[in-house]
Design a protein around this ligand. Structure first.
Ligand code: ADP
Ligand code: ZN
Length: 615
């Protein structure tokens, strides 16, 4: 053991302190013991095996199913001066041979391998003939048959334990659920492993889930207000909607690229590459997009539909803000989403047990939407984590929703559903309530009902909000045939008899949604913005010349710190987080020059007259 973990953290990675359990995990592995760890996305899993791989003698072998990511991961390590390589099906015969030889000769610190290749006898024999520092099994939840990322090869990885009993292994995942955790331990033979479980909280992500109509315009206001130039992901349910939202954003002047399973592989690949390699690109996607997106500076994830479960929601929103800077998880949902979900629940096929689980998951998701208290607390509790205080960084904490006594209005709505024969959908019932002069209503004789035109106290939007809440809270049921016909449930009785009342959530006014999350700004002061932009341009030029994504060179947070501190020498630059020795040598000088030329033109601002960004 030549160098300590702390020394490598500082010199190679340019970071000062370990985060969360990193230090203990690293020590455990260095001592030769197995580890199993759960950390949320962006928690810093990679350092947990990269540092021990550098400390221990031999090569660290990383098993990962994400072949598309390997090249970027290896590029990022090489930028740090680490001898890294990968083996997967995208390499030519010659490249494979050269890498294998480097492994045998001890010329590699870290090697990424696809699981199917690792399991070949050829590879196992090669590993036996080489010196191995450790095995890291990334995305370890792929062993689980229950998960949607299941990989058969992962179930055979216990062979590593049998063939290399002396080599420590670490299994890593960001999947929270208990059953998966137990499966990983059992399948990989990790009964003796030290287990490190982290909080699942992502404190830099701000959650906001808003109801109401015209989600598209709401999305646009959100983008204009908070992310006029940032990269992000917009999730939609259907391919058609993906295409139309992407086109619409492009018309409005944003670079927005569609991504869904109906596009040719090569188009998908190109769009993903542009997302990674350019700045400020928005990907509009179905859930097909995401697994293996390692971009650290995704500043927002927006949902234009309701995800099917809290797990899915958390995984999708988790792609925002991996770099730890502020990011937004934003969602707009409407009445139709609630109806569609309810229909899916009633229809769904599959066996009873599967159906029951799916129902509970959808229910929990709807519950999160309708919640009037801290969203983060509810999310963490769902994953079995206690959370004492409200977070102060979700929509409900920042602007607590108001409620109103909706008992009278709800009674009107329910009796109108009843009197029209429980044969119509929301739109029709609202038209009757509002006394609309409509041929269909006249034809059905519903203009003579006592509930015709009694709903003047609310407008159409407010009625929709009321119906949405009645459906979400199960006062109303949506029918099976798909026409959205409403029916009363037993819950209605006490309400209709006047024995019970109902508190409803008031619609949020769009302008009042929430204080701006200074996501784009992060720790950037206004007076440093133009230097930051100049540094970003320099980074992009350097990245393009090497064909790597910009964040592989420096993260935004590193550039922000540079713009604020404005180092004048390599020594001053060394103190900035994210600049290790290798990068300092390679890039320090050019960045110093940009800073110097910028600073002479624009005298350094002390920040004394900095104006508050947001009144
Ligand atoms: P995960 O794989 O858990 O999603 P990563 O390993 O990609 O997370 O780490 C997320 C980001 O945090 C990376 O940019 C990484 O460089 C950074 N990071 C990790 N550990 C530290 C640390 N101790 N100090 C500062 N930054 C860190
Ligand atoms: Zn909160």
């Amino acid at each position: 053991m030549t160098k300590s973990a702390q020394h490598i953290l500082e010199e190679v990675f340019g970071y000062r302190c370990f985060r969360h359990h990193q230090k203990d995990i690293i020590q455990t592995l260095i001592q030769g013991r197995d580890v199993m760890t759960l950390m949320p996305t962006g928690g810093g899993k990679s350092l947990c095996y990269q540092i021990p791989a550098l400390v221990r003698e031999g090569t660290g072998i990383v098993v990962s199913p994400l072949i598309a990511l390997m090249k970027d991961q290896v590029d990022a390590l090489r930028q740090l001066g680490i001898r890294a390589a990968f083996l997967n099906s995208t390499l030519s015969f010659e490249e494979v041979r050269a890498t294998e030889q480097a492994l045998r000769e001890g010329g590699l610190d870290i090697l990424y391998v696809a699981p199917e290749r690792l399991l070949t006898e050829h590879m196992l024999a090669l590993l036996e003939a080489s010196r191995i520092a450790l095995f890291a099994i990334d995305e370890a939840h792929c062993v689980s048959q229950w998960g949607h990322d299941f990989r058969r090869e992962y179930q055979q990885l216990s062979i590593l334990h049998q063939r290399f009993p002396g080599v420590p292994r670490i299994a890593l995942t960001a999947t929270a659920d208990q059953r998966t955790r137990a499966e990983i331990i059992a399948q990989l033979g990790l009964e003796q492993a030290a287990v490190f479980i982290n909080s699942f909280d992502r404190p830099n992500i701000r959650y906001a889930l808003s109801e109401g109509q015209n989600a598209r315009e709401q999305l646009w206001r959100f983008l204009e207000r908070e992310h006029p130039r940032d990269a992000g992901i917009v999730y939609c349910l259907s391919r058609k909607k993906v295409e139309s939202i992407a086109a619409w954003l492009n018309d409005r002047g944003r670079v927005a690229l569609p991504y869904h399973a109906g596009l040719a592989d090569e188009v998908r690949h190109r769009h993903q590459e542009r997302f990674l390699r350019e700045e400020g690109v928005i990907v509009v996607a179905t859930i097909a997009f995401g697994m293996g997106i390692d971009k650290p500076d995704v500043r927002f994830v927006a949902h234009l539909n309701l995800p099917k479960s809290i797990e899915a929601y958390y995984q999708e929103t988790g792609r925002a803000g991996r770099d730890g800077l502020p990011a937004n998880a934003w969602m707009a949902y409407g009445l139709q989403d609630v109806i569609t979900l309810r229909q899916m629940m009633q229809e769904g096929d599959g066996d009873e047990r599967y159906k029951r689980v799916a129902h509970q998951k959808l229910e929990a998701m709807l519950g999160l939407c309708e919640l009037t208290t801290c969203r983060r607390r509810a999310l963490l509790e769902y994953f079995g984590e206690a959370c004492e205080a409200p977070c102060g960084n979700c929509d409900n904490c920042l602007s607590p929703p108001q409620t109103w006594d909706g008992s009278e209005a709800a009674r009107k709505a329910l009796s109108c559903v009843y009197r029209t024969g429980q044969r119509f959908g929301v739109n029709y019932v609202i038209d009757v309530l509002c006394g609309k002069d409509d041929a269909r209503i006249h034809h059905n004789g519903h203009h003579r009902l006592s509930t015709y035109g009694i709903g003047g106290e609310l407008n159409n939007t407010e009625w929709r909000s009321l119906f949405r809440q009645l459906i979400a809270r199960r006062y109303l049921e949506v029918d099976l045939e798909g026409h959205g016909t409403l029916r009363l449930t037993d819950l209605c009785r006490p309400l209709l008899r006047g024995e019970a009342g109902i508190e409803l959530r008031r619609l949020r006014k769009a302008e009042r949604t929430s204080k701006k999350n200074k996501a784009a700004g992060g720790h950037l002061r206004p007076q440093d913005a133009s230097l930051f932009e100049a540094l970003r341009r320099l980074r992009l030029t350097l990245a393009e010349a090497q064909g790597v994504p910009p964040y592989v060179i420096f993260h935004d947070s590193t550039l922000m710190e540079m713009a604020r501190i404005r180092p004048r020498s390599l020594d001053e630059m060394r103190a900035i987080s994210g600049i290790g020795e290798h990068k300092l040598k390679r890039y320090g000088q050019v960045f110093l020059e940009t800073i110097a030329s910028h600073t002479t033109r624009e005298p350094v601002d002390t920040g004394a007259e900095a104006t508050p960004e947001e009144a």
